[in-house]
Ligand binder design. Structure first.
Ligand code: ZN
Length: 448
């Protein structure tokens, strides 16, 4: 049992309570008490952790990441989508083996944990090994939702044959990995239907069945380009959300990615949807993908989380920077400074993320009964002071480097800005080496 004291606790609970000189008591990974300094007397047996004036807040939730692309940081900038995929991303991913993939994943996971992310969704694990990744995430102690890619191979698709998979085999791999996880595993196996540019109604039916019969959650890129929307319209006669409704996807636990081209008339489907949306403002802006009008969709009942997307298209995994861009972009697009205030971006990265992952009773806020997924922030820094408005400081002034400590279910992963579970020098060295090896194998030049 540990008692954290002498810090400012930002709970992100329903009332958005902030406790100056607050106390949080953690036992066996759960928050068992939360209050003022009087708690210190009530738990004399607890190990005391002096926060020394730091901010204690919920760990951030990154709802969209591609771990395999972390090695491609700086290697696919300033390019339109199709050559970006065909010349850089896909050849590189096809050349990955389990070893290079895990080195890429470690780099991304270290980047995430050092910048305060405690939970992430990997949206598409391809042939290079779901189970080795699941074991690595469990070993490190991050909370990971790992989506195994599922698809129906399509003749004439622009996706290279080497990245195509058979639905039954992929589902079997996901099922095997799902069944291996213990009751208390921090890893959950999801499905990641590969959809973009591969319109296929049977895939939607098969995914729905796996979700309903086997309890899988799923995540997929959706309505991220004008062509996606046109293709759905051409082949089904429906708008994107109407199409999902027809296939009963919206009433299942489906995390839709981007939605940058969802039409206004689709807003009405959010109200009753179990499906949620992950918003990735940086990758959408950098990739000139179009504007996802998140405030408009939220007003119609959409639950929205935040994601950084990949090293190849962001190029960081720092959710603090993502929150900042989210708040700025929506104000700019709406020409309205009141849109997406700091607190709203903070909500997307915490409770919005928890709801998007269907974990709102377990993570996303610091409340009694929830898991102790939490981070500390050092407020006593020039770029953050004077700090009277916490949400403003965290969203508009802070970045991931201000994170000092990271705990997932009570286990400390980062202490004073240093990872306790990954050797930073080794991770960087191996990432560089794996990058060169994989690029060589793919016949790709390295951009300098
Ligand atoms: Zn993506």
């Amino acid at each position: 049992m540990r008692l954290f004291y002498h810090g400012t606790i930002l709970t992100m609970d329903e009332q958005k309570r902030i406790m100056e000189d607050g106390v949080l008591v953690e036992h066996l990974g759960k928050i068992v008490a939360l209050g003022d300094a009087s708690l210190i007397e009530q738990y004399p047996q607890a190990e005391k952790v002096n926060l020394q004036g730091k901010i204690l807040m919920p760990g951030l939730i990154n709802a969209h990441v591609h771990l395999a692309q972390a090695l491609l940081r700086g290697q696919a900038d300033d390019m339109p989508l199709e050559p970006w995929l065909l010349k850089r991303i896909w050849p590189f991913q096809a050349a990955h083996d389990t070893d290079s993939f895990l080195k890429s994943a470690r780099l991304a996971m270290l980047d995430m944990m050092l910048s305060g992310t405690t939970t992430f969704v990997e949206s598409m694990v391809i042939h290079y090994g779901l189970e080795p990744l699941a074991e690595e995430v469990e070993r490190l102690g991050l909370r990971g939702k790992l989506a195994k890619v599922v698809m129906h191979p399509m003749a004439g698709s622009i996706l290279p044959v080497s990245l195509q998979e058979n639905f039954k085999d992929s589902l079997a791999e996901a099922r095997a990995s799902k069944n291996k996880r213990g009751q208390d595993s921090l890893v959950e196996i999801w499905l990641g239907p590969r959809w973009t540019g591969m319109f296929n109604e049977q895939l939607m039916e098969d995914v729905k069945e796996a979700m309903e019969m086997e309890g899988f959650k799923a995540t997929m890129h959706f309505a991220e380009s004008e062509e996606d929307v046109e293709e759905i319209k051409k082949k089904s006669g429906l708008t994107p959300m109407a199409f999902l409704k027809k296939h009963h996807i919206l009433e299942n636990k489906m995390l839709l990615i981007h939605g940058t081209h969802l039409p206004v008339e689709d807003d009405r489907y959010w109200q009753d949807a179990q499906a949620t949306l992950v918003h990735c403002p940086v990758s959408a802006m950098k990739g000139a993908m179009g504007y996802a009008d998140v405030p408009r969709m939220q007003a119609q009942g959409a639950n929205v989380s935040l994601g950084t997307d990949a090293g190849a298209c962001n190029n960081t995994h720092d959710l603090f920077r993502e929150m900042r861009v989210a708040s700025l972009w929506h104000k700019h697009e709406h020409q309205d400074t009141s849109i997406m205030p700091a607190g709203a971006s903070l909500e997307m990265a915490t409770m919005g993320g928890a709801r998007s992952l269907y974990m709102q009773d377990i993570i996303g806020s610091l409340e009694v009964g929830k898991d102790a997924d939490m981070i500390t922030i050092e407020p006593n820094r020039v770029h953050l002071q004077p700090m009277f408005n916490l949400a403003s400081a965290l969203v508009y002034s802070a970045d991931g480097h201000d994170v000092r400590d990271v705990y997932v279910r009570g286990r400390q992963l980062v202490k004073n800005g240093v990872s306790l579970v990954l050797d930073q020098d080794k991770v960087i060295y191996e990432a560089k080496e794996a990058m060169q090896k994989t690029a060589n194998k793919a016949g790709m030049d390295i951009i300098r």
